[in-house]
Write a protein that binds this ligand. Structure first.
Ligand code: IVH
Length: 680
């Protein structure tokens, strides 16, 4: 058999199978994302998807660009290619006053010399406009607006958008070449979920859905885009084709028939007055809509008339945006307080004289971070402009300068967390509370992380249970987890005899834990699984790590100054040392790399000073012994010193220690002390 025949005879049935899977997946995708009416379960969908993935990896030659598997992202790009738009991407003239809209209507009627005009009105979506190109029904290219003439090729990113069909549904009807214009947006609910996720990961949230959508589309790694929930709405069919209707309304309906998502809220109006009714209705509904819109677009329906009117340099003469009044208002700042997030980030919040902005009363607005407060120079008593931009909490846009006003003091940077009084540390523009393990604002997040798969992996300790434990004050810091009783768990909502016992057992089993998982579980800033493993390999025990200084940590590969500082700060916090201490007391045992238990850290919170010469130990050995039990060796005596170990020929440190009433151990006593403490 010829090589070619062999290929065909093998690929024929496979190709059919691939095709069947792709059609089925696209169909269910469309049911789910465009119609919100799934017909099969998520599991069944995933099973189909995995089957297709497996088959495609077995037959890579048969992979096609419109395969649903392309939605999960492709290899990262170095940069975006430039593409010239087929039709210039114009923008719209926008008006805010009814009179201006009436003037627009008069102008176009005069120019066309007609009595009345049919308009189509659509929401003006607040997102990013894109051009989509389909060839023979297959989505082949998509680009950003750019300068209106040349945009960036974001095809791979657009493929990840579930509501964008990779193939038109009435492919046979679709002409060989279709250009479409639409808007990529992030639905408000998706935006809030995403910001929640970003905050939980200690990342900066987006200010509004538009920025979030834009951030997602501009990713060179389309896997990131795929992880961000985007939606597309198509509102213009580009170009003319003999068979295409000469009415915008019908052209958009045609897009819908091809399976493209089109505006749900659109209306055909026989006069400009009717468009104004639509404007008022949408303005009234604005707060309830699942997407952000900043006005409506009024378009002449008749394509011939559109052509007759033509375009100005950057906007068409046949359409106008009728914007909503901005959702901004002026008010005063009554106070600036700090809110502590689950990651410990301190966000300055302005408490305002209540003001109504777009139908909602605003009492608080975010100042984002301390640098923003400084940059905007806002102070208590100032008059400010506030804006609602789709985010849960509105923004302080700027200070309104009032000539001759007497101003309050500049905002003082806090030195302690308002919730737990721990020291704060600044990283970039953000201040963090360092009381990670016991700060009440962070404790739920800390517990969820501690119990999670990569850390202690405690089955049955989910969000809901953690919430109850914290709210009922059964758990105030991580160590309290190990003091829970079955009776306490039983009293929680959703627990029965058996499940309560299972949770207690799971916590008991998690008492013995590998070093790196324990470290990861502590949720030290910047210490993810990788750094936790690096630390576990570099330090014999937790005790050694706890007494390591920034400079020691920075010597280790992969550990830079920021990570080193975060680790030092974490273990230096006296509160953390007591939380860890209580863990040991409650039976937690961290394993060495070889699986042997580490020494119990009985000396945490204890400071030692060594002086003179010891007969049976070098300085280094003595230091290591102390550190392996969690103690710290410092070079000078202070009121924080707990013990001084005095060998032969002690120096002035001994005199100082005596003056301060520090406990003194000679070599023999030191030996006995260590033996007693380590239980050997
Ligand atoms: S039509 C030639 N329809 O508004 C006019 N634009 O300021 C083509 N936009 O860049 C635009 N919703 O990103 C049109 N239903 C809609 C729209 C819409 C939002 C955006 C679009 C455009 C901007 C104009």
């Amino acid at each position: 058999m010829e090589q070619q025949d062999l290929f065909e005879s093998q690929s024929g049935p496979i190709q059919k199978q691939l095709e069947a899977l792709r059609v089925a997946i696209s169909y269910h995708n469309d049911r789910y994302y465009r119609h919100s009416q799934p017909e099969i379960s998520d599991q069944a969908y995933d099973a189909l998807f995995r089957e297709l993935q497996a088959l495609e990896s077995q037959y890579p030659d048969l992979l096609t660009p419109d395969s649903p598997t392309q939605r999960i992202g492709a290899a990262p790009l170095e940069s975006f290619q430039k593409v010239q738009h087929e039709y210039p991407m114009l923008s719209l003239d926008s008006e805010i006053q009814r009179e201006e809209i009436q003037a627009f209507d008069r102008r176009v009627r005069r120019e066309l010399d007609v009595e009345s005009i049919h308009y189509v009105v659509e929401p003006k979506y607040d997102g990013l406009s894109v051009e989509l190109i389909y060839e023979h029904g297959v989505f082949i290219r998509g680009s950003t607006r750019g300068d209106g003439i040349i945009g960036e090729d974001i095809t791979v990113n657009l493929r990840t958008i579930r509501s964008l069909p990779l193939r038109l549904s009435n492919e046979a009807d679709a002409p060989a070449h279709v250009g479409v214009r639409g808007e990529v947006v992030m639905l408000l609910q998706d935006f809030q979920t995403l910001n929640h996720r970003l905050r939980a990961n200690g990342e900066e949230p987006f200010a509004n859905p538009r920025n979030a959508a834009s951030g997602a589309l501009r990713q060179l790694d389309s896997h990131v885009t795929a992880s961000r929930p985007l939606t597309i709405i198509c509102y213009e069919l580009l170009g003319t084709w003999m068979e295409w209707p000469a009415s915008h309304w019908e052209r958009v309906s045609l897009l819908g028939k091809w399976g493209l998502p089109i505006p749900v809220h659109r209306r055909s109006c026989s006069s400009i007055e009717e468009t104004m009714v639509f404007h008022s209705e949408m303005a009234a509904q604005r707060e309830q809509l699942p997407f952000e819109m900043d006005g409506i677009v009024i378009k002449i329906d008749n394509l011939d008339w559109r052509e007759q009117l033509g375009e100005k340099s950057r906007s068409p003469r046949w359409a106008v945006a009728f914007k909503f009044p901005p959702r901004t208002e002026i008010t005063q700042i009554q106070d600036i307080v700090l809110s502590v997030g689950r990651t410990g980030a301190l966000t300055p919040i302005a408490l305002l004289t209540p003001v109504e902005v777009g139908g909602v009363t605003i009492r608080r607005a975010s100042l984002h971070n301390v640098e923003e407060v400084e940059r905007k120079d806002v102070r208590v008593g100032d008059t400010v402009k506030v804006e609602r931009a789709g985010d849960v909490i509105p923004d302080v846009v700027e200070r309104v300068v009032i000539p001759g006003e007497i101003r309050g003091e500049p905002f003082q940077l806090p030195t302690a967390c308002p919730i737990c009084q721990s020291a704060v540390m600044q990283e970039g523009p953000i201040l963090y509370c360092t009381g990670q393990l016991f700060c009440q604002a962070q404790i739920k997040g800390a517990l969820e992380h501690f119990a999670s798969k990569g850390a202690l992996n405690i089955a049955g300790l989910g969000k809901k249970t953690i919430s109850q434990l914290v709210e009922q004050k059964l758990v105030k810091d991580l160590s309290d987890l190990y003091a829970l009783t079955k009776a306490q768990v039983l009293a929680l909502e959703g627990f029965a005899e058996k499940s309560a016992m299972q949770l207690i057992d799971a916590i008991e089993n998690a008492k013995t834990i590998p070093f790196s998982r324990f470290l990861f579980g502590l949720g030290i800033r910047h210490v993810g699984t990788h750094i936790a493993q690096v630390l576990a390999k570099s330090f014999e025990s937790l005790g050694h790590l706890m007494s390591a200084r920034k400079e020691d940590l920075e010597q280790i590969d992969d550990i830079g100054p920021e990570i080193a500082a975060a680790i030092e700060t974490f273990f230096d916090a006296p509160h953390h040392q007591s939380v860890l201490n209580r863990m040991w007391e409650r039976g937690v045992s961290v394993e060495r790399l070889d699986g042997q238990p580490q020494e119990r850290l009985v000396l945490t919170e204890k400071n030692f000073v060594l002086t003179g010469t010891l007969e049976n130990w070098t300085r280094q050995e003595a230091k290591q012994q102390i550190e392996s039990l969690g103690g710290r060796v410092t070079s000078s005596v202070s009121k924080h010193t707990d013990y001084i170990v005095a060998g032969k020929d002690p120096g002035s440190k001994l005199t100082q220690a005596k003056q301060l009433g520090v406990a003194i151990l000679d070599e023999e006593q030191f030996k006995l002390f260590l033996q007693a403490k380590s239980g050997s």
